[in-house]
Design a protein around this ligand. Structure first.
Ligand code: NAD
Ligand code: DAU
Length: 353
């Protein structure tokens, strides 16, 4: 049995990852450490509450005392660090918390893990620390070319700068201490349990209520979309076979403009839910500050070295995702009550006037 400390496991990708891991393997025990910020939700994991290989701990990756207690009490073999502030729009308004969690929190996690994993000859046995990073650390592409693992850092938002800071710290731990870090960099994930501040669930939620669909600027920005379960399979493979001290880009070669994505959602809902959900709901609003124009990932390395490739075509993944939200409207109603309302007013307040 191997014990994995998963941080941020109550969020979107983290909860999908824990479901994927415990659903497919019996040899892993998962300890989920999550602060339960606005983005963390135990409802995402309620079916696992009594699972024998699952333990939840509420807490902050920035607390060394808590991390020390967890490492002391449990034989942690691996860390998968999802915990982060993740929304670019929030980082533009309140950058401090992004530095605190994403940079200082990751530094703390690296430091405590090193303290408990290192032994006298500086070898770390089979331990591994997976830092879940993002393609946004590479910045913005023009119409041609792709991000490879060697593309230089060029983060352009407080969010991506804080993630780049975490990557650099992780890489420095490998260079300085031989600490067994692997970094993964993925594009935009979509699927169940994504908080409706992000493009796809926000558009589904608004369309169902026939509220305006706020498209930033001309809507021709490009993102490289990956179904979350494919991402979880890639992370599992990196955990099992990834080479320490290296980076793996994870992407499904699936670039779409934001308008294409929004129209796909409208078409599905118009056909299957309500003919009054039409493109007339689209409202072009002021562009995001410093908006990255295009992301495009070259996943050749993980395909050739680890044999991974995305299995879910976008037209299938997006239908599965929309259906999941239609079948979980109570979940959607719960997460959009409370703090979400004041956030929505701040970002989109004037839309409906
Ligand atoms: P999310 O916002 O849905 O979840 C983040 C989770 O981290 C929440 O459960 C939250 O409670 C927890 N958390 C926040 N601060 C914490 C702290 N100080 N201590 C402990 N837990 C804390 O995020 P997500 O979309 O699931 O992203 C997970 C990771 O993947 C992040 O590191 C993100 O940068 C990265 N990533 C996300 C995407 C994407 O498309 N969503 C793409 C590439 C990389
Ligand atoms: O590329 C990976 C990144 O993808 C992750 O590192 C981030 O954590 C994740 O949030 C995501 O960042 P984006 O900024 O690309 O995702 P978001 O869903 O916020 O926006 C996707 C695109 O849609 C982006 O071009 C902005 C646009 N958008 C977004 C919202 C919320 C709109 O046009 N309108 C909106 O209301």
């Amino acid at each position: 049995m191997k014990t994995i400390l998963v941080t941020g496991g109550a969020g979107f990708i983290g909860s999908n990852f824990i479901h994927y891991l415990l659903g497919n393997y019996s040899e892993y025990k998962v300890i989920n450490l999550d602060l339960l910020t606005y983005a963390g939700n135990l409802e995402n994991l309620k079916d696992l509450a009594h699972h024998g290989n699952y333990l939840f701990i509420q807490g902050d990756i920035s607390s060394s005392a808590l991390l020390e207690a967890i490492f002391k009490a449990n034989p942690i073999d691996y860390v998968v660090n999802f915990a982060a502030e993740t929304h670019v729009d929030r980082s533009i308004r309140e950058p401090e918390i992004f530095v605190r969690t994403n940079v200082l929190g990751t530094a703390n996690l690296l430091n405590v893990a090193r303290k408990y994993w290192v032994n006298r000859d500086d070898s770390y046995g089979g331990n591994k620390f997976i830092q879940i990073s993002t393609d946004e650390v590479y910045g913005s592409l023009s119409a041609k070319g792709f991000f490879t693992e060697d593309t230089p850092y060029n983060p352009r938002s407080p969010y991506s700068a804080s993630k780049a800071g975490a990557d650099l710290l992780a890489q420095s731990f490998y260079a300085t201490y031989g600490f067994p870090v692997v970094i993964t960099r993925c594009g935009n994930n979509y699927g169940p349990y994504q908080f409706p501040e992000k493009l796809i669930p926000l558009m589904i939620n608004n369309a169902l209520q026939k509220k305006p669909l706020p498209v930033y600027g001309d809507g021709l920005q490009i993102r490289d979309w990956l179904y979350v379960e494919d991402h979880c399979a890639a992370i599992t493979l990196v955990l099992q076979k990834g080479k320490v001290g290296t980076v793996y880009n994870i992407g499904g070669r699936n670039e779409q403009t934001n308008l294409q994505v929004v129209k796909t959602i409208i078409n599905y809902l118009q056909k299957h839910v309500d003919p009054l959900i039409t493109v007339d709901l689209i409202k072009h609003v002021a562009d995001r500050k410093g908006h990255d124009r295009r992301y495009g990932i070259d996943p050749t390395k993980i395909q050739t070295e680890l044999g991974w490739s995305a299995q879910t075509p976008f037209h299938i993944g997006i239908e599965k995702t929309i259906r999941w939200y239609l079948e979980h409207q109570e979940w959607l109603a719960n997460v959009t009550s409370g703090e979400y309302q004041s956030y929505y007013q701040k970002i989109y307040g004037r839309l409906e006037q």
